[in-house]
Design a protein around this ligand. Structure first.
Ligand code: ADP
Ligand code: MG
Length: 693
């Protein structure tokens, strides 16, 4: 990134979870210029920017995502001014040194207070990396977009960087919602604006994702002069070099945005040559890249050149462009398919090339010297899905916060039907199956996750599955163990405690507190959960570990008859992992080990561990499926440590004991239990007994 800029991106609460507020701060006053959407319904921040740019003396560029502040009337413009004043106050600069842009949902008041409250945090987060800022401006983009380059101007190294975002409502002009340019070049406001305009004509103005023009498109450039290169104040070599660097960056960004278009699976480029003029070439290139029929053909890898020429003929006819499509030449992926007439092509080869992720359509109109290249992408089922469900599942609360409301009721009838049919197929398959769930990790701590876990357990029971819950110790237990410090430790099979008193304290937490709370929560509507300690009915028999000092027990046996009795009556056992010793004392056991042993003793079909990672990780990547022998091999290496190592050992024990499938899933994701059990592709790690077929 160029010298003299700092960046920050934070979560202010406009969006439910993701970062949504970005700041770019120049150490010194910068020249600012911009290009804006031509949409007459343009947003309040755009109206404000247009009236001020190009200008000198800008220090801060603030951008929020999640709310576009568009079609919000005079109140929306007032909100922009309030926000600018708040940022100027926090940064200790003049209001005239602040510019801003917004992106997100149209027609909702900007939650100014929420944004203003986050400004001190934003200032604190300022640093050299642009990553968080680039992330905070994303909407439906699937990745952040940053490009940069360096050039030499009069012996000084000059850097130009752009933070961009797509990914829907992308069509000339301007064609992307945001491009934030930062450079340490020095340049006059008018020349900066002219350079941007020139480059836009070949890049963002030839970019189309869906033919829809946003209300908030803006390209904003800040040039702070910190490179030390002399100020560009007139045309010449320096201006040309600077403009070319910009052109190169915006071309790269256009490609990146096109390939990350909403739902896109392929990038499309259309190169037109031989048009009567550059303007005509641009018009026709844009028409082809924007044609719904061309785009769907690209999605289907169909070399349907007829659609290309049909589009060219239509647009030329409407606009009075003097060309004759019959005389043109069309190539797909470098293969000529039409040259004054259809050519003989190797269709197999052509179709194979059409499956590539990047598609090039070349068109020679043989009517002049005009040329242009447009950028686009294919049109897929996902584009429709994203946009059919988008506003239906967005709700705005009184404070302006926009969140997804993904209750099933909000989806289209077709989507609901598909979902229900899919779900019912799975559900019937599971009826009567025994499933032991170890409840641990983050799911035990966060109230909303506790809530969704308990609803899931109740749901499983209602659809005929027979769940058995074994819980861990949760946060309270962790703190208690920590307090005992070095004198206690987690060992294989349970807890090693200094003495009987500590064992009693742990038992009080497990049985008296964690277990009771869980049972109450599951039983909020219906009353099927039964809390049992391993002491009850001698459910978990333990014995003092031979030769051990202090207090540590091993699980000896499980009273299966007692458990079966509860299950047969339709109850959901919720088990506190405390074993009863021959000496009558309680022994806190490992929830992982207890769950595995119970699964074996009951002949359960499934064993599920809810924990606080996505599953088993290997080189920081999720392993979604493993056989018992693959897991054994993993255990021989160094990759599995701590809690996960202990879990893996108990999983192997369970599989050896006859359990068919064990799942390790992410308890931090709401309803992960349902997602794992009732969908084809699970969400965590599935470990199976037999070798994969
Ligand atoms: P729980 O409360 O669910 O029993 P633990 O903390 O006992 O959770 O076990 C899970 C922890 O194991 C993870 O949070 C992670 O830090 C650790 N771990 C060690 N190696 C791995 C690995 N290869 N994959 C996943 N987690 C691992
Ligand atoms: Mg653990």
């Amino acid at each position: 990134m160029p010298k003299g800029f700092r960046f920050a991106g934070v979560h202010s609460g406009v969006k439910a979870f993701r970062k949504d507020l970005a700041l770019i701060l120049s150490d010194v006053p910068a020249t600012a210029a911009g290009c804006f959407t031509r949409n007459l319904a343009r947003a309040a921040p755009i109206l404000e920017l247009e009236s001020r740019l190009p200008c000198e003396g800008v220090r801060a560029l603030l951008v929020n995502a999640g709310n576009a502040n568009a079609l919000t009337g005079e109140a929306g413009r007032e909100d922009v001014r309030t926000l600018h004043a708040a940022l100027a106050g926090v940064l200790g600069i003049g209001t005239e040194a602040v510019v801003s842009a917004s992106t997100g949902i149209i027609g909702h008041r900007l939650p100014v207070e929420k944004l203003a409250n986050a400004l001190p945090l934003l200032q604190e987060a300022l640093g050299g990396s642009p990553d968080a800022a680039a992330e905070a401006i994303m909407t439906t983009d699937t990745r952040r977009k940053i490009v940069s380059t360096t050039l030499r101007l009069d012996g000084h190294e000059v850097t130009v960087g752009i933070l961009g975002k797509g990914s829907g409502m992308v069509h000339p002009a301007l064609a992307t919602v945001l491009g934030l340019v930062v450079t340490d070049a020095a340049i006059s406001p008018d020349l900066l604006a002219a350079a941007l305009r020139e480059v836009m004509a070949d890049t963002f103005n030839l970019l189309t994702v869906d033919g829809e023009m946003s209300t908030n498109d803006a390209v904003i450039a800040l040039a702070n002069g910190c490179s030390g290169a002399p100020r560009i104040a007139s045309g010449g070599a320096a201006l040309t070099a600077f403009t070319e660097a910009l052109r190169d960056l915006f071309t790269r960004l256009s490609r990146d945005i096109a390939s990350d278009g909403e739902g896109a699976t392929k990038r499309l480029e259309v190169e037109v040559i031989g048009a009567p003029s550059t303007q005509d070439a641009r018009e026709l290139a844009r028409a082809v890249a924007g044609s719904t029929l061309v785009k769907t053909a690209i999605f289907g890898a169909d070399p349907n050149w007829g659609r290309v020429l049909a589009t060219v003929g239509a647009r030329a006819g409407m606009q009075g462009i003097a060309i004759d499509p019959h005389r043109s030449r069309v190539s797909l992926q470098g293969i000529a398919v039409y040259d004054g007439r259809p050519t003989d092509v190797d269709l197999t080869e052509l179709k194979a090339r059409m499956r590539a992720p990047e598609i090039l359509i070349e068109l020679d109109l043989r009517a002049g010297e005009g040329r242009a290249r447009s950028f686009g992408c294919d049109l897929t089922y996902d584009y429709v899905k994203i946009n059919a469900d988008y506003s239906a599942v967005l709700v705005a609360s009184a404070d302006g916060k926009v969140a997804r409301d993904d209750r099933l009721a909000n989806y289209s009838p077709g989507f609901k039907t598909n979902l229900l049919v899919g779900a019912l197929q799975y559900i019937s398959r599971f009826s009567g199956q025994l499933c032991v769930v170890k409840y641990g990790g983050a799911a035990m701590i966060k109230p909303s996750l506790k809530e969704s876990f308990c609803r899931d357990i109740e749901l499983l029971r209602r659809v005929g599955l027979r769940p058995i819950v074994v819980h861990g110790g949760g946060e309270e237990m962790r703190r208690a163990v920590e307090k005992l410090g070095g004198v206690t430790k987690v060992v294989e099979g349970g807890l090693h405690l200094p003495g009987l008193e500590d064992a009693r304290a742990m038992e009080t937490i497990l049985t008296g507190s964690v277990n009771t709370e869980l049972v109450s929560l599951i039983n909020r509507e219906e009353h099927h959960a039964v809390g049992v300690s391993g002491k009850d009915g001698g459910l978990l028999r333990a014995r003092r570990r031979p030769g051990s000092e202090g207090h540590v027990g091993d699980l000896v046996s499980v009273n299966v008859a007692f458990l079966k009795m509860l299950l047969d009556q339709g109850y959901v056992p919720v088990i506190s992992p405390v074993g009863i010793g021959e000496d009558g004392h309680g022994y806190p056991l490992s929830g992982d080990a207890v769950a595995a042993r119970i699964a074996v003793a009951l002949g359960a079909n499934k064993l599920v561990y809810l924990t606080d990672v996505v599953g088993i990780l290997q080189d920081e990547r999720l392993v979604s499926e493993l056989t018992a022998s693959e897991l054994t091999t993993m255990l021989e290496g160094e990759g599995l440590r701590g809690g996960m190592r202990a879990k893996a050992l108990t999983v192997l024990e369970a599989l050896e004991g006859g359990v068919t499938k064990a799942h390790i899933i992410d308890g931090r994701v709401p309803h992960s239990l349902i997602a794992e059990l009732f969908t084809d592709k699970g969400v965590g790690t599935l470990i199976t007994r037999a070798a994969r077929t």
